[in-house]
Each structure stands twice: as C-alpha cells, then as structure tokens.
Ligand binder design. Structure first.
Ligand code: HEC
Ligand code: HEC
Length: 316
C-alpha cells in the first residue's frame, strides 16, 4: 500500500519520457513508401491503405485507378465515359512503380501552373486531362465520389514527400535525344519483334476475357489514347517503354536500347488514333515542348521534325 503511489508516479514518468522521445525523434512513425536500392521512390501497396473511415475513400480511388473500365468504361457501372483503358495501363502498378509513370510527386507538386493549359491546375484538373486525352473520354465532376476518391488515393501515395520535392524515380525518365530523327521503318521492325505478340500487329491489343478492359491495351486505333495525350509526345512514349516494356521489365532490367525505344515510339505514334481539338493548348507557344507534334511553333522547324526529331538540330 505504502509503495503504490511512488510506483504509479514512476510509471507515469516513464511513459511521459517515452512520449517525449517519440515526439523529438525525426523518424517517421508510419512510413508507407519505400526507397529502393537505387534510391528510387516506390509507392505503398494497396494492403497498406488504412482500415478506417479515411481508408474507404482511398481504397475506392485505388479500385478506380486499377480497374477504371469496370466503373467508367464502355460498360461501366458508374458511367460510360472512357475508352475502356485503365489508368493503371500507363500508371503502372496503380501509380507506384519506380519510373513507371507513377504518382509519387503529384501531391507534392500540385497545384501548379502548367504550360499546356496556361492555368494553375489542381490534381482534379490534371486527372480530367488524362480522362479526356489518354482515355479519350469525358471529364468527371470534381465533387463526385469518384474524383474525391482518386484524389484521396493519389494524395495518400505521396503524403510523405515534402511540398515542392520530386524524388528520383517518380514519373517518366527523360531519355537523351538521338542526334538523328527517330525512324518509323526501323521502329516497325522492332515493334514486330518486341511488342506485336501482346499489343497485336494491328496495335489493337486484346480485350480481357471477362470483357472489361484489356488483357493487352491498344496502342493505336479507335480505343487508344488520342493525339492530345501526353504519351503522343515521342519523349514520353520512349521514356515510358524504355523502363517498362516489353512487359514485364523495369529500370533494373531494361530490354530496349535507347535508339529502339525512340524508333518504336515513332512507329506507334505514326499510326492512326482519335483526334481531339487542342487549339486552346499551349497559349504561350514559346513554352511548347520541342517534341510536341502539333504546331504552331516559335521556330521554323516543320511539324514532322518536331514530331520525330532530330531535336538537337536547330533551324532558325
Ligand atoms: C495512355 C496512357 C495514360 C493513361 C491511360 C492515363 N494516363 Fe495519366 N498520364 C499519362 C502521361 C504520359 C502523363 C504525363 C507524364 C509526364 O509528363 O511525364 C500522365 C500524367 C498524369 C498525372 C500527372 C502526373 C505528374 O506527376 O505530374 C496524373 C495525376 C494522371 N496522369 C492521372 C491519371 C488518371 C487518374 C488516369 C485514369 C483516369 C490516367 N492518368 C490515365 C498517361 C496516361
Ligand atoms: C508480354 C506482353 C507485352 C509485351 C510483349 C509488350 N507489352 Fe506493352 N503492355 C502490356 C500490358 C499487360 C500492359 C498494361 C500494363 C498494366 O495494366 O499493368 C502494357 C502497357 C503498354 C503501354 C501503355 C498502355 C497503352 O496501351 O497505351 C504502352 C505504351 C505499351 N505497353 C507499349 C509497348 C511497347 C512499345 C512494347 C514493345 C517494346 C510492348 N508494350 C510490349 C503487355 C505487353
């Protein structure tokens, strides 16, 4: 009886000092993302999504990104507003794969002014960009449950990255430019060897066996991304496939030379695809990237040279 009080006092003191230690330590208490052996950001996996009320929105966002067609595709349960592709077809492993066009730096860098629109863009606006271009579809309401969930998932993935930072491994790699124009004839040969077995000699891919989305997504034709999509720029396409295709490959084990990546990009992006009016894009044309395939430009290079290169050769 006599010792009870001092003992409980001691216990309180110990727990308080532990609390102070946790508060002062710089170790993140709940780390979700991983930095791999080459220092590249790798996103958290879906089974780390919290099992509380905040988690249900994030989890629905994950489902929308990994299985977009089931909700928004031609036979979607929510709407019929996209071409049947999934976000994950291009933002690999639900936007978590290093150099797999992941979402690592979205929460830390948005809102930001983008030269393509000339506007301050929120994450919602950027998502609607991909819906209208990469999925050749319609935008969704920024207050809809679907948009709130997609944004919640993207923010959760990037929640540990300090504002303004873009860690190594996020997005798509910038490959060095070739000193020649990318060659569609060589690209077709390489495509037949490395890509046609899945994406088809006709580029149409293969529909999934359950009819929802694709087993192998299309690379051109009616169901593919339109000519206003980011991946229609050769540098984005070449950088994406260099580290990720033929499937499965990753930046530790690439299967394409840089030259082949550019040539295949040229061949695929020379094939027919849906057109989107983009006359309002790049209001300040001096900010247009050099590989933007549709004019006008501030220099005298032709659309063809902007599309296929060489980018290093300047014609005034
Ligand atoms: C056909 C391929 C493709 C599909 C499908 C696609 N995207 Fe994208 N997305 C891209 C490319 C390419 C970029 C630009 C990457 C760059 O500029 O380096 C991009 C960029 C983004 C960004 C900005 C990334 C950043 O770091 O600035 C967000 C957010 C995004 N997409 C969301 C989505 C969502 C959500 C979906 C599905 C509704 C989707 N995308 C479907 C190809 C695609
Ligand atoms: C073994 C099958 C396979 C091969 C071979 C392959 N891919 Fe893919 N590719 C896929 C799959 C599957 C996806 C979708 C990935 C996902 O949803 O996780 C994909 C996605 C893509 C995408 C983004 C989605 C789209 O359709 O726009 C591009 C671009 C692409 N592949 C290009 C290529 C190129 C170029 C080659 C040849 C260098 C190639 N792929 C070889 C299976 C393959």
């Amino acid at each position: 009886m006599k010792y009870r009080q001092p003992i409980s006092f001691l216990l309180i003191l110990i727990s308080f000092s532990f609390f102070l230690y946790r508060e002062s330590s710089n170790e993140p208490i709940n780390t979700i993302a991983v930095i791999d052996s080459a220092n590249c950001w790798t996103g958290a996996s879906p089974h780390q999504i919290p099992v509380d009320s905040s988690g249900s929105l994030i989890r629905y966002g994950y489902l929308l990104i990994s299985n977009t067609a089931a909700f928004l595709g031609p036979n979607g349960t929510v709407s019929h507003s996209t071409n049947g592709m999934n976000c994950q077809n291009c933002h690999l492993e639900a936007g978590t794969k290093p150099w797999g066009n992941n979402y690592g730096a979205v929460a830390s860098t948005y809102p930001k002014v983008r030269a393509r629109s000339g506007k301050l863009e929120s994450i919602e606006m950027r998502v609607n960009d991909c819906l209208q271009r990469s999925l050749n579809g319609k935008p969704i309401d920024s207050l809809s449950k679907e948009m709130l969930s997609i944004v919640a998932y993207i923010k959760w993935l990037g929640s540990e990255i300090p504002k303004g930072e873009k860690p190594k491994g996020t997005g798509i790699i910038d490959l060095p430019y070739l000193t020649r124009a990318a060659d569609t004839i060589q690209g077709r040969k390489d495509y037949i060897i490395s890509c046609a077995s899945c994406h088809g000699i006709d580029g149409k891919g293969k529909t999934a066996l359950n009819g929802i989305g694709f087993l192998y997504p299309p690379l051109w034709g009616n169901q593919s991304y339109n000519d206003a999509a980011g991946i229609f720029r050769l540098s984005r396409f070449a950088g994406f496939i260099k580290n990720n295709m033929p499937n499965p490959s990753n930046y530790h084990h690439t299967k394409l030379s840089n030259e082949s990546a550019w040539d295949i990009a040229a061949y695929v992006n020379s094939q027919p695809r849906p057109h989107k009016d983009q006359s309002q894009d790049w209001p300040d044309i001096s900010k247009k990237p050099v590989d933007c395939p549709i004019g006008p430009y501030t220099d005298k290079r032709s659309e063809k040279q902007h599309k296929y290169g060489p980018y290093t050769l300047t014609i005034k």
